[in-house]
Ligand binder design. Structure first.
Ligand SMILES: [Zn+2]
Ligand SMILES: [Zn+2]
Length: 178
């Protein structure tokens, strides 16, 4: 099988140190090389003025067409509030068994919920959601195991309840798809 790779592309202001730490965590979980790049996009094209949010589906299409051709599993990292038409907001989204996904830190920030800013917690949450969306690109569906990273996260509490790791069942399935 081809050597698989993961690419994380940042859109917006992210500290390089932070991105490298995220890459290291993701690489440890999947056991394949993870690269980080800075992306450039005119985000105004994805902005929905009525909702004051950015269209997650269009952004995934953009990432797929711009970066998906080389078959790397590519996740766009954003700071802006993302949505898809059927939902109020999304933390992340990815194409099942595809090469593209998106995750935003916007809904992961404690400040948004009237709580104190917590960079360590934000990092943990961001890593979990990136692993989760990558899981979808590798063919994993949602899992009901309480601590599994493939458990769906609608609310921030859901993110905090799970771990940045796959349960035994998901890990086995991941091994079979790669
Ligand atoms: Zn999911
Ligand atoms: Zn699981």
């Amino acid at each position: 099988m081809d050597k698989q790779q993961i690419l994380l592309i940042s859109f917006g202001q992210f500290e390089q140190d932070l991105l490298q730490q995220i890459a290291a965590e993701v690489q440890a979980v999947f056991g394949i090389p993870v690269e980080v790049e800075s992306g450039y996009a005119d985000l105004s094209k994805f902005y929905d003025p009525a909702r004051r949010q950015y269209d997650g589906n269009l952004l995934i299409q953009f990432i797929h067409s711009e970066y998906g051709a080389d078959h790397r599993k590519t996740i766009g990292l954003f700071r802006v509030d993302l949505f898809i038409p059927i939902l109020t907001y999304i933390i992340g989204q990815a194409i099942y068994k595809g090469n593209a996904g998106v995750v935003s830190v916007f809904r992961l920030k404690s400040e948004l919920y009237g709580l104190k800013k917590d960079d360590d917690l934000l990092f943990d949450r961001f890593v979990k959601e990136i692993i989760h969306e990558l899981g979808h690109t590798f063919g994993l569906t949602h899992c009901i195991s309480p601590a599994c990273v493939m458990r769906p996260s609608t609310y921030i509490e859901d993110v905090d309840q799970k771990e940045a790791a796959f349960c035994a069942k998901c890990r086995k399935k991941l091994g079979e798809t790669r």
